[in-house]
Write a new protein. Structure first.
Length: 168
């Protein structure tokens, strides 16, 4: 079953400013945490979970798979949905205000794709640090949600190898 972008019960981060035009942006991201480290892309205080903007009519799961291929040159296995959130933000890069409708999944990286070079490098940051450097507050929320639920259900998880993949 593929996940659509329906946000009737989603949490909102940031706020909608009056008299400002917002561009609606659908997006989907994967939260991967292993031994207390979160998979992130970006640099400085511009860190993001792997994932990104959806194409028209693209299901959330397909968005994550495509974005992880483009960003990291890897495949991803999505295990379950974490939740949905709305993030209001301003992008200096394109001088626009956005209302981002984001879906978050728990997942793991499976294979590095041959002959694929990602646009970003994968970074594993400690959970506490990752939560502080997320560009979007909703990404920090998704990390906290994943970490709390996963530790209650499965306990400690295995570490990734040097390439960020996990043994099967």
């Amino acid at each position: 079953m593929q996940t659509g972008f329906s946000f009737t019960d989603a949490l909102a981060f940031g706020f909608r400013k009056p008299h400002v035009d917002y561009v609606q942006r659908r997006a989907a991201y994967v939260v991967t945490i292993r031994t207390g480290n979160v998979a992130m892309v970006g640099s400085g205080r511009q860190r993001f979970l792997p994932g990104g903007g959806a194409l028209p009519e693209e299901a959330a799961e397909m968005t994550v798979a495509r974005e992880v291929r483009e960003e990291l040159g890897r495949e991803v296995r999505l295990l379950r949905k974490v939740g949905e959130a709305i993030q209001y933000f301003y992008s200096r890069d394109d001088n626009r205000h956005y209302e981002m409708l984001a879906v978050f999944f728990v997942g793991e990286f499976t294979n590095r794709l041959p002959n694929e070079v990602g646009e970003h490098s994968l970074q594993w940051l400690p959970i506490a640090e990752a939560s502080l450097v997320c560009f979007h507050e909703c990404h920090a929320w998704a990390i906290r949600q994943f970490n709390e639920v996963t530790q209650q259900i499965v306990g400690p998880l295995p570490s990734p190898d040097e390439s960020g993949c996990f043994a099967s």
